[in-house]
Write a protein that binds this ligand. Structure first.
Ligand SMILES: Cc1cc2nc3c(=O)[nH]c(=O)nc-3n(C[C@H](O)[C@H](O)[C@H](O)COP(=O)(O)O)c2cc1C
Length: 211
């Protein structure tokens, strides 16, 4: 059926597809094959973006020394942060171990970055902030598309915002190109559990209907 037919749905069960996606934080260590990883990245790369600029960049970091080094640095930063909050030692140990383990053990780790050099140049200073926001929005959509692609592939995935808080550690340890600004870490793999379904507010409470 042509896509333009009124009421024609391309996918009948799309609601179930979206309803069953959830953040999966506990992953099995079984590897994900490379073709699957590229299929998901290809899908992320189809996300819409302002000016079709594709401001996203992906750093696919294999398990190994570099990942372990980054996990160590991130858990150290987390330990320092939790100490400033007066968090009890047992809780500090639990959270830092979890952070290190998740990053070290995930079969696939993808850092989604914004390429600062892909931000549309503008002669109008007033528009510069908006252009930067547009590029961040596009990058976020690519990360969201990646989560959906993982779900379609039967994989578990979770978006971690850690890179936003420690961009220098991420850039430095991964030796990213200088213009790549890490925005999100997506860890993927086969799910070790079903995850938790998180309730949503009713969209009617979040919507202003105007005439
Ligand atoms: C922008 C963004 C940042 C997030 N950061 C984190 C994070 O740092 N750690 C984490 O465990 N989950 C993170 N998540 C996952 C959210 O907690 C999760 O999407 C939300 O609780 C809804 O649950 P669901 O994805 O299972 O529907 C993030 C999600 C988004 C979209």
């Amino acid at each position: 059926m042509p896509r333009s037919s009124p009421g024609a749905r391309l996918i009948d069960d799309y609601r179930e597809f979206f309803a069953t996606r959830r953040s999966i934080r506990e992953l099995r260590t079984d590897p994900v094959d490379e073709d699957t990883v590229w299929r998901m990245l290809d899908i992320a790369n189809t996300a819409p973006s302002a000016h079709n600029a594709q401001p996203w960049r992906f750093a696919l970091v294999e398990p190994g020394q570099r990942r372990a080094a980054l996990a160590e640095r991130l858990s150290k930063r987390l330990r320092e942060h939790l100490a400033t909050l007066g968090t009890p030692a047992a809780e500090v140990a639990r959270q830092t171990d979890r952070t290190r383990r998740r990053l070290t053990d995930a079969p696939v780790a993808i850092f989604v970055c914004l390429d600062e050099s892909a931000i549309q140049a503008t002669a109008q200073p007033a528009s510069a902030g908006a252009e930067r926001t547009l590029a961040i929005q596009g990058t976020a959509l690519a990360a969201g598309w990646l989560l959906l692609a993982a779900h379609a592939e039967g994989l578990g995935a979770c978006w971690y915002s850690t890179p936003l808080f420690v961009p220098d550690e991420v850039r430095d340890t991964l030796a990213l190109p200088p213009a790549w600004n890490p925005q999100a870490l997506v860890l993927l793999g086969y799910a070790a559990g079903a995850g938790t379904a998180r309730a949503r507010k009713d969209v009617r409470e979040l919507t202003l209907r105007l005439s």
